[in-house]
Write a protein of this length. Structure first.
Length: 204
């Protein structure tokens, strides 16, 4: 009886499966870089848009605040004034087609500690004529004594209009109607604008 021995060819040690998966092909590297680039661009775009939105919101808030502050300061100044005459000219007086307002302020002229004559009781007015006007070059609205700026009302002002409205002439009850427009430009070049239109009541 013949015995046949069958032997298996010897092979080297078996390679682990993960050994065949080491390293990435150029295609896989390219795809990974593309995905990463798209993700990076998306994140950057979101960051830029968020920054622009926050910047626009800040500018919008500052314009709203500025136009309200200007109106408040102007109201405070004019309420310290009043209707009066000097050389047959009545003040406050709207001039320059509604772009400028002239007024006078109460002042203690006789030194009695009050802005009225102690013997007659009449109000005493400063001879100085002040004017509210806008510098179109700088956007500054201010009170001037002739050419000297004496009180800053606000900045970033684009336009201002004044008008006189008589409520009751017998009571000397009048209003100065005021329209103020403020604007600023954002970093993207957009112009944000706000205005306020109201009236300031004065009565002597």
């Amino acid at each position: 009886m013949r015995t046949v021995l069958i032997t298996k060819a010897r092979r080297g040690p078996a390679r682990p499966r993960h050994a065949r998966q080491q390293g990435l092909s150029l295609v896989e590297v390219g795809v990974s870089l593309s995905v990463f680039s798209i993700l990076l661009v998306s994140v950057f775009s979101i960051a830029v848009e968020t920054s622009n939105f926050i910047g626009d919101t800040d500018v919008d808030h500052s314009v709203r605040t500025e136009v309200g502050r200007v109106y408040g300061r102007l109201s405070e100044v004019l309420r310290k004034s009043g209707w009066n005459e000097l050389g047959a000219v009545e003040y406050p007086r709207v001039t320059k087609g509604g772009k400028e307002l002239e007024f006078r302020l109460l002042r203690d002229l006789d030194g009695n500690g009050h802005a009225f004559d102690s013997s007659t009781g009449q109000l005493e007015w400063s001879p100085t004529i002040y004017s509210v006007r806008l510098d179109g070059t700088t956007g500054v609205l201010a009170v001037y004594d002739d050419q000297d700026q004496v009180f800053l009302l606000g900045r970033h002002i684009e336009d201002v209009d004044f008008a006189t409205y008589i409520q009751d002439n017998s009571l000397h009850l009048k209003e100065i109607q005021v329209s103020i427009t403020a604007s600023r430009t954002t970093r993207r070049g957009d112009v944000l604008q706000h205005d306020i239109a109201s009236s300031i009541l004065m009565r002597n």
